[in-house]
Design a protein around this ligand. Structure first.
Ligand code: ADP
Ligand code: MG
Length: 404
């Protein structure tokens, strides 16, 4: 572990420092619904401001198609950042054009500008190396050094994350350093019992992490949309619930491997089945092996784990010394189907040890359900990035900062 830190950049006074943050916050009608990622970027930004740097913040937001798209403008984020920093923050209407150059040249020592969405430029996410590098060179002209602090994107080989770090003197920011400290504690000799709770919408997203974690964990709890593929793999009908048929064999393999390794695989015993995918859908709790016998028959959709399952999951979590949780237990966006997620979150706050929440939707869920960040050991800002780290993958955005 030889991650280059801020100190490695030397004195930053008067220097133009580009900071690659992950300010990809959820927005509804132009209003930020969870500013967790903006707050997570503050320690690094304050450190740079205090060091007298001229701070140039860049980030992506959403998935615009490589061209300007007003609904993905970072302007509301710049405004929120200004409120949180308690000082003016300039906003550039483009990323590397006229407006960006002007805003950067007007910066004073300790001043901050936010550039417009990186992904308004096709070069940011281009698969073609030369296209990406060309965009990175344009970005590089704006600054003298790069501080990479967007933990949520370090698993991406993108211009601002990977190529730019090879052009400018570069180092990791404080958020990345903190995230890695915690993830290290989850991989190097975690205190036992070690429990991993997985949920969310897609089994295929989480497959890699399951195979990497099975040899390491004591217990694996499966909820969320992926639980139905596990139930189906055990031969149960799941009516119209989320099911990834092409993953059934892989999941059967995991079930067998868990048994072989003595890992306690905890699957739901009851689920909340709804008449449809809607906030006000009729719903009832049924046994996990009787989903097709609900009053909604073949059209029933499982939208949450049931109360019995939630209680068992909560017990298993509270009884652990290390817990990593990724993926909501149900469609928590609908209050009627948020109970399972709430029970898991609540148990996690009671862990006598390290309790980590990872994943964008999971982090949003705990805040939406009324929990505060300091009730948890750590809330990771990166879902995909933390999963890939736990899978033992090499992350390009970290390797380029010296991480091995
Ligand atoms: P994270 O961002 O924390 O990694 P994911 O993106 O994997 O989590 O999954 C989050 C989504 O999973 C949520 O929007 C939630 O509504 C959905 N989800 C959870 N349970 C179910 C379910 N039973 N059926 C459909 N979607 C579900
Ligand atoms: Mg998600």
């Amino acid at each position: 572990m030889t991650l280059r830190t801020l100190e490695s950049l030397g004195s930053l006074e008067g220097r133009r420092v580009i900071v690659r943050c992950d300010l990809n916050v959820p927005l509804r009608d132009g209003v930020i619904t969870d500013d967790g990622r903006v707050r997570a970027s503050l320690p690094t930004l304050n450190a740079l401001i205090n060091a007298g740097a001229r701070v140039i913040v860049c980030s992506h937001l959403g998935r615009p198609d490589g061209a300007p798209d007003p609904q993905y403008s970072l302007e509301p984020v710049a405004q929120r950042l200004s409120e949180l920093l308690g000082k003016p923050v300039a906003f550039a209407r483009d990323t590397v054009g006229e407006s960006a150059r002007e805003a950067v040249s007007s910066l004073e020592d300790g001043g901050v500008v936010v550039l417009e969405n990186l992904r308004f430029n096709a070069g940011e996410t281009a698969k073609d190396d030369a296209t990406r590098q060309a965009f990175a060179r344009e970005l590089a002209e704006l600054g003298d050094a790069l501080v990479s602090d967007g933990f949520g994107v370090v698993h991406r080989k993108q211009a601002s994350v990977y190529d730019l770090a090879q052009i400018l003197p570069s180092a990791a920011g404080l958020l990345i350093a903190t995230e890695l400290d915690v993830l290290d504690r989850l991989t190097e000799n975690p205190e036992r019992p070690y429990t991993v709770v997985l949920g969310g919408s897609k089994v295929s997203d989480k497959l890699g992490v399951i195979s990497h974690l099975l040899p390491r964990v004591d217990r694996l709890l499966v909820g969320g949309g992926m639980l139905f593929t596990f139930l189906a793999a055990e031969g149960h009908g799941v009516a119209s619930s989320l099911l990834e048929k092409d993953q059934l064999d892989t999941v059967r393999g995991y079930i067998a491997e868990a048994k072989e390794r003595g890992v306690e695989l905890v699957l739901p015993t009851d689920v909340v089945v709804a008449s449809g995918f809607a906030a006000d859908a009729e719903h009832e709790t049924v046994a996990a092996d009787a989903i097709e016998q609900s009053s909604f028959g073949a059209s029933g959709i499982g939208l949450d784990i049931g109360p019995d399952t939630a209680a068992r999951f909560a017990d298993a979590i509270r009884d652990s010394k290390t817990v990593f949780w990724n993926g909501p237990m149900g469609v928590f966006e609908f209050p009627a189907f948020a109970a399972g997620t709430k029970a898991v979150a609540s148990a996690l706050t009671e862990v006598d040890g390290l309790g980590v929440v990872g994943g964008g939707d999971s982090a949003a869920a705990v805040r939406q359900l009324g929990f505060s960040d300091d009730q948890f050991g750590h809330i990771s800002t990166g879902g995909g990035a933390s999963l890939e780290f736990l899978e033992g993958k090499k992350l390009p955005g970290l390797e380029v900062l010296g991480w091995q």
